[in-house]
Design a protein around this ligand. Structure first.
Ligand SMILES: [Zn+2]
Length: 275
């Protein structure tokens, strides 16, 4: 190899590394790798302590199986950032002080940032519950969409989101019903994504359930709206909050109050998708 070719190759390699490491995030990218290495070390260790100390002694009773894989995400939680802009969000996920993160961030212009390997646990759900699951962070992918909390979501964002969801659903075999919002899993604390979020459009693309036409629907006697919410997955300990969260998602209205008769029909037809 001639000297000039070697110089050119060295330049290309240097330029590639430079372009892959945005200067403001070089330090946090380095920290990311360090933490991943630490986790790899943790899971490669043979356990020293047993959860059943009377009937099982370690390491004598440790026999490593050779048939295993990584646990996969099974639910997708969609958020709005409620921040000024994408830069602010990405920045806040790369500093220790915030103690929050998500796997993906989608900016208004459709730029997608991937911030955490899908197999790792992000800190986006907080105290939350869906069905009987209470550790949503452990089983989910978190997607943050740049939005100040009241804005309409941009077409570029939604196109990007639909592409991302298509890949996630296919890669991890995520059930259609398991594409939901932060408000669903934490109805007393969260309202995101806001009422402008087009859940119907998502459902039409296979992400989340939607109700059938309610024209002419007769609700059977004894239909219990609380149980219906519970069947879908809502935590009903705070019923007004769960009701409002349902209304936000399926009726695009952010208002408190008991179910109206037309709303009960929506709930009834939707519930049947979960039976
Ligand atoms: Zn959120």
């Amino acid at each position: 190899m001639s000297f000039s070719i070697r110089i050119s190759l060295a330049f290309i390699v240097a330029a590639t590394v430079y372009s892959c490491t945005p200067k403001p995030f070089a330090a946090s990218n380095k920290q990311y790798k360090k933490q991943v290495k630490q986790l790899a070390k943790t899971i490669s260790k043979i356990p020293k302590d047993s959860l059943m100390s009377d009937s099982m002694k370690l390491p004598e009773n440790w026999v490593g199986t050779i048939n295993y894989g990584l646990r996969k995400p099974n639910i997708v939680i969609i958020h709005h950032t409620a921040q000024k802009n994408c830069e602010e969000t990405v920045q806040s996920f790369t500093i220790n002080k915030s103690q929050v993160s998500a796997h993906y961030v989608i900016c208004k212009d459709g730029t997608l940032f991937h911030m955490l390997n899908d197999y790792l646990r992000a800190w986006h759900a907080g105290v939350s519950k869906w069905g009987t699951q209470s550790d949503i962070n452990s089983s989910s992918i978190g997607i943050e969409i740049d939005n100040n909390g009241n804005e309409v979501f941009s077409e570029a964002q939604l196109n990007c989101l639909l592409g991302l969801l298509t890949n996630l659903k296919k890669t991890y075999n995520i059930p259609t019903a398991n594409f939901i919002g932060h408000s669903e899993i934490a109805p007393t604390r969260k309202v995101d994504p806001n009422v402008n979020f087009p859940w119907k459009r998502l459902a039409e693309n296979g992400f989340g359930n939607w109700y059938d036409d309610t024209t002419g629907i007769e609700i059977p006697d004894g239909f219990n709206t609380t149980y219906a919410l519970r069947i879908i997955g809502y935590d009903i300990h705070n019923l007004p909050a769960a009701t409002q969260s349902f209304r936000r998602h399926f009726l695009s209205v952010d208002q408190p109050g008991e179910f109206t008769e037309p709303e009960k029909k929506v709930l009834f037809t939707l519930m049947k998708k979960y039976l």
